[in-house]
Write a protein that binds this ligand. Structure first.
Ligand SMILES: [Zn+2]
Length: 476
């Protein structure tokens, strides 16, 4: 009896921790040791799934700023790390234990170093105030079975979990109170380290403009840090508290020098999406997804979806292909994914040896589906290009899926070498320029006038001034 009570007391005490920011005791399902363990696990996933952006100077610059903020935060002793991930979305996120990430995609939208400090400070705030830990506790139900990021489970089931699409639990959605507290902490940490805290309402304004023109379905800052527009005013109200004479640094020139030349949009390492065409110059492969489908590109898989439907396509490498000849490889791969073959035949796809079949199986999130899959041998690799839909809709969808899987091709060396990512550059505005004319100078389809305005801290309806040096996106 006594033992039972003692155990109960221990459990309750362990589950109740002091919030480092508020100083209040609160119920929390996660201890600091658990936070650290989860952080390590998720960090490995993030690095593998998103990739770290290869730019040593930029990484060091971001890390130095993050460390200056974190050292004076409410939890200075966490093993803080700050990483720029190779992702085109406009995002920043934090994982329990002190792991903070920003995408390279957010960098063109920040005006100077103080805005970068504000974003990092905001994410540090989610960790120090234990928002991240609380969200993980809630979303994982305390069980911490983190099936994050893994739409791609080698061998077991290559495409059976659509629900984790969009990086699932990694992108924690915070409530409004958590956001306001993180904004406040971001201002406090930035000002304390000498940066101008008015950066926080400034980048919130930028995010509100992005929000107004954002694409649907892409996980970004806005889907996880809601409602930036209404937070601008709240942050501005806090300025008198934090804007002291010492907190004035903006360091615009140094910031712009550091981000000059960074990749904007897709990178060569991850392949490039041009409309509905996917091109991977390093793997030397290309595929035309059906017209109008949205294409999502991650390092391990390319997925496309007909908007608003359960019609999907994907392209990926077959992990450790088994079998003599492409037909046996296809059979083994599909069987281990839980699919049974209805029909199939050897084929040539882009001159390569292939096997094209239709299969029946289940995909979680989409239920029972029919699938058209082409397994294609290219050198030592086997690729699978597949499209699937609920059984009743398959015949119609197959009319666009079948030509799409057959469009797989090997790129020639010269074709691959002509593919270049877009990069960030600068331009000095001349008399008579407009965002439209500046966007047109860069070339067709590279960037829109609205995007350029927002990147430079302008409202879409306001034109730049002559002699101002503005950020532009140029073809590589
Ligand atoms: Zn946030």
């Amino acid at each position: 009896m006594r033992l039972t009570i003692a155990l109960l007391v221990t459990t309750v005490v362990a589950a109740c921790a002091t919030n480092p920011v508020t100083g209040k005791r609160e119920f929390n399902l996660m201890s600091e040791a658990e936070e650290l363990a989860i952080g390590q696990q998720v960090d490995a996933e993030v690095r593998r799934e998103m990739g770290v952006y290869q730019d040593t100077d930029l990484q060091r610059y971001v890390s130095d700023i993050g460390m200056r903020l974190a050292r004076d935060s409410h939890r200075p002793n966490l093993p803080w790390t700050f990483t720029v991930v190779d992702n085109a979305a406009i995002n920043a996120f934090a994982v329990p234990g002190g792991y903070v990430y920003i995408t390279r995609g957010i960098l063109p939208y920040l005006g100077d170093e103080s805005e970068l400090a504000g974003v990092l400070g905001h994410e540090i705030g989610h960790v120090t105030a234990r928002h991240a830990a609380q969200q993980y506790s809630r979303q994982a139900g305390g069980g911490l079975g983190l099936a994050i990021l893994s739409i791609f489970v080698p061998q077991a089931a290559p495409f059976t979990d659509l629900s984790s699409m969009g990086l699932g639990i990694l992108f924690l959605k915070y409530g409004r109170d958590d956001e306001l507290e993180a904004d406040r902490l971001g201002m406090e940490y930035a000002a304390h380290a000498g940066w101008d805290p008015s950066a926080v309402p400034r980048f919130l304004s930028t995010l509100a403009r992005v929000d107004a023109m954002s694409e649907r379905g892409v996980p970004n800052w806005l889907s996880t840090h809601p409602d930036p527009g209404s937070r601008v005013g709240e942050a501005e109200n806090l300025l008198p508290t934090y804007a002291t004479g010492a907190a004035t640094a903006r360091n615009r020139d140094e910031y712009l020098r550091t981000i000059e030349g960074i990749v904007v949009g897709d990178s060569l390492e991850q392949g490039i999406v041009r409309g509905s065409v996917f091109l991977h110059p390093m793997l030397r492969i290309g595929l035309d997804f059906p017209e109008g489908w949205e294409v999502f590109n991650s390092p391990e898989q390319v997925m496309a979806r007909e908007p608003g439907t359960q019609h999907y396509m994907l392209l990926q490498q077959v992990d450790q292909p088994r079998g003599r000849g492409i037909e046996e490889v296809a059979q083994n791969a599909m069987r281990s994914a839980g699919f049974s073959r209805l029909d199939g035949a050897p084929a040539r796809v882009g001159g390569l040896e292939a096997y094209i079949g239709t299969y029946r199986g289940s995909v979680s999130g989409a239920g029972r589906v029919l699938m058209r899959a082409a397994h294609i041998a290219m050198g030592r690799q086997v690729y699978v290009a597949a499209g699937f839909a609920p059984e009743a809709e398959f015949d119609r969808v197959d009319r666009v899926v079948e030509p799409a899987v057959r469009s797989f091709r090997e790129l020639s060396a010269s074709e691959a070498s002509r593919i270049r990512p877009n990069v960030l550059s600068f331009y000095t505005v001349r008399e008579g320029d407009s965002w439209q004319s500046i966007a047109q100078r860069a070339g067709q389809g590279i960037t829109s006038a609205a995007t350029l305005a927002i990147m430079n801290g302008y409202d879409v309806s306001t034109q730049p001034e002559a002699d101002e040096r503005v950020k532009v996106v140029v073809g590589g």
